[in-house]
Design a binder for this molecule. Structure first.
Ligand code: ZN
Length: 272
């Protein structure tokens, strides 16, 4: 039976309690939300953390504390962000890699992100990919634009990224490429042969349609408050777990099953 990876992006850098009062912020809240997400069917936790004021931080201490709490309670695969927040330097963004997580996100290009810009020059992408390779961390190669796919292929030819490949196709960021099924299909077909991919449709309007598309097209799914705070139009989600629960239900309705964390470790050859 086909196994579908469900990633839960629990907190992100941009979402606030004003967007959804149920947003987990502290290490304990994030760990509890990770347990809920795992129990609902998620196999990968895409992890951002916040400081005591609730602002995004890449502090290894906060990551360490959060990762220890998560690992004490659940076997979910932890993927730390190296995107961080738009104002952070690359060195700051890369700090959580020092904790040797199983996975990390690798942003493969520069783009508009809302009213801000995310900067990832080729030398920055190389530096980040090389650090992950040296630490045996499996990247999720994040692509928000076709040029990011081409940049990733260039980095791959330089042997900085190795198979098995896992892409995150992130669509509908304000200022970025919109989500629709033909755009997702075009992105998926432009990936290197054999690559696995996970779609994240940003915002309430793209979330469920992107799940359905991924199920039909052979892809995997990302949900969570980083990407979308609504359960349905005008109704805030009660928790990350509620969003995962629906994703897992759609996976089951399609005749597939949610992958377990150990399935992910085997599929993506994560050795830690
Ligand atoms: Zn993120």
């Amino acid at each position: 039976m086909r196994k579908v990876l469900i990633t839960c992006a629990i907190t992100g850098a941009e979402t606030t309690r004003q967007h959804n009062p149920n947003l987990p912020l502290t290490p304990h809240e994030i760990a509890d939300a990770a347990v809920d997400a795992r129990e609902a069917g998620a196999s990968i936790l895409h992890l951002h953390v916040r400081d005591v004021e609730g602002n995004p931080t890449q502090s290894p201490e906060v990551y360490r504390q959060t990762m220890e709490l998560v690992r004490a309670k659940t076997d979910i695969v932890i993927e730390v962000t190296t995107g961080g927040a738009s104002w952070m330097s690359l060195d700051e963004r890369m700090l959580p890699l020092s904790l040797d997580p199983e996975m990390a996100s690798l942003d493969c290009g520069t783009m508009n992100f809302g009213d801000e810009t995310i900067v990832n020059t080729l030398p920055m992408i190389r530096q980040c990919a090389a650090e992950m390779k040296a630490r045996n961390i499996r990247p999720t190669i994040e692509v928000f634009d076709l040029s990011h796919i081409d940049a990733s292929v260039r980095i791959m030819e330089e042997k900085l990224i190795e198979e098995p490949l896992h892409y995150g196709i992130i669509l509908n960021v304000p200022g970025g490429v919109r989500y629709d099924v033909s755009t997702l299909d075009f992105f998926a077909r432009r990936l290197p042969a054999g690559a696995k991919w996970t779609v994240a449709g940003i915002g309430g309007r793209a979330s469920v349609p992107s799940i359905l598309s991924a199920l039909a097209m052979g892809g995997n799914i990302r949900v969570g408050f980083e990407d979308n705070v609504y359960y349905e139009k005008g109704v805030l989600a009660a928790s990350n777990g509620q969003l995962v629960e629906r994703a897992a239900r759609l996976v089951a309705d399609a005749g597939f099953s949610p992958a377990t964390p150990d399935d992910v470790r085997a599929m993506l050859k994560i050795y830690k």
